[in-house]
Design a protein around this ligand. Structure first.
Ligand code: MG
Length: 386
């Protein structure tokens, strides 16, 4: 199958900045397709299926996990990339890897681990995703990690504190952390994934929030973006309100997402033309990101996010659950640091105990973390989970 020509400002696979350990090419795959394949076959990728976004994994089989989230991000990102003649395979690789460093229990787990690591360099999930693909995966005889291309690693490192960027740059002066010291943007492909991530979780959290009963259809009426698409669907299918609220919601979210991707494509195309960039490095040197939503849609998307924040992420039932999840992570951390003999053999031999424990906990699935917590403390903080 012929791949469509890439725009001049796309990341062309033939012009990759390469891998840290040089390797011969692997035709017919190009370098970013090869990255995507390595990510799909990694152990961290498989574990995403048992890690949660907002809901704890055992709560129901219908809710999104990090794996389905990553697939949704890849789907939205690829659609936009194809329309913009960007490198779809690179977008897919970044999307599939972007959450590899996430701890069990979503943001609660990550915040708890960051607190535990305060005196030992902290814990940042984007940096952890890079650490997974650069170091923690053990699959190749010749190197640690997956030895991905610069472009995929650049997309994975979405945020990075200055302190960590200095540390990374000391080891790799031209690496993906340099832009956090010098300013500048990642590739358009990476920028698209950032927006696709946000669009994906806003839409699926509405869906999961309704399914769980934590948010109601009535509340959605106050969110202009959702109210707009719901009204459009009801205009076309008036009977759905009574006959099938599920189809009404699914069709509203489907139309919303496809309008958002359309808006992203148009606004990004306009921004790229206005900036007159001619190649990927000009995108990187530009003062602002060029992948963007239109101002009107940005405002609506932000309103949806703040609605979700108040109504779902800060819902008393969710915070009660995330408080316990934090406690699980904090107690695991102190149990392993006080009794390193409880770590698996191969982890015990690593030099930095605190970082080793953080890596080990970050790699856990929700249910494994709960099992280990019970084994080490004798208590069950989520009695229904096991
Ligand atoms: Mg994400």
């Amino acid at each position: 199958m012929n791949t469509p020509a890439l725009a001049p400002w796309a990341c062309h696979p033939g012009q990759t900045r390469g891998r840290r350990v040089p390797q011969p090419p692997s035709p017919p795959r190009h370098e970013h397709q090869r990255d995507r394949d390595r990510i799909v076959h990694s152990s961290a990728f498989r574990r995403l299926v048992y890690k949660t976004q907002v809901f704890i994994n055992h709560e129901g089989d219908l809710f999104r996990t990090r794996l389905t989230h990553s697939l949704e991000v890849a789907q939205l990102g690829r659609s936009a990339a194809r329309a913009l003649q960007l490198n779809e395979d690179l977008v897919e690789a970044i999307a599939l890897a972007h959450d590899l460093g996430h701890t069990p229990f979503g943001h609660a787990g990550q915040d708890a681990l960051h607190d535990c690591m305060q005196a030992h360099g902290g814990f940042e999930h984007n940096l952890q995703s890079l650490r997974v693909v650069d170091r923690l995966e053990e699959r190749y005889p010749e190197f640690d990690g997956l030895n991905l291309t610069f472009e995929t690693r650049e997309g994975v490192l979405k945020h990075c504190s200055r302190r960590n960027a200095q540390r990374l740059c000391a080891a790799e002066p031209q690496g993906p952390a340099l832009r956090f010291l010098q300013g500048g943007q990642p590739s358009l492909e990476a920028q698209l994934v950032n927006i696709a991530d946000e669009l994906a979780y806003s839409a699926h959290d509405v869906d999961d929030g309704l399914r769980s009963g934590l948010i109601t259809g009535q509340q959605l009426q106050d969110v202009p973006l959702l109210a707009h698409w719901r009204a459009q669907v009801l205009h076309d299918f008036p009977a759905l309100a009574a006959d099938s609220p599920r189809r009404l919601l699914a069709e509203s979210l489907r139309r919303m997402l496809s309008a958002q991707v359309g808006d992203l494509v148009q606004a990004t195309r306009a921004a790229v033309h206005a900036a007159q960039v001619q190649h990927a490095d000009a995108v990187r040197a530009h003062s602002t990101p060029l992948a963007t939503l239109s101002p009107a849609l940005r405002e609506q998307a932000d309103a949806l996010k703040s609605f979700l924040f108040k109504a779902l992420y800060r819902h008393p039932q969710v915070t009660a659950m995330t408080d316990r999840a934090r406690q699980v992570v904090a107690e695991l951390f102190s149990a392993y640091t006080q009794a390193p003999q409880e770590l698996p053999e191969e982890h015990r031999q690593r030099p930095d105990l605190h970082r080793t424990v953080a890596d080990y906990i970050a790699g856990m699935t929700d249910r494994f973390a709960l099992r280990e917590h019970h084994r080490l403390t004798g208590r069950r903080l989520f009695p229904t989970a096991e």
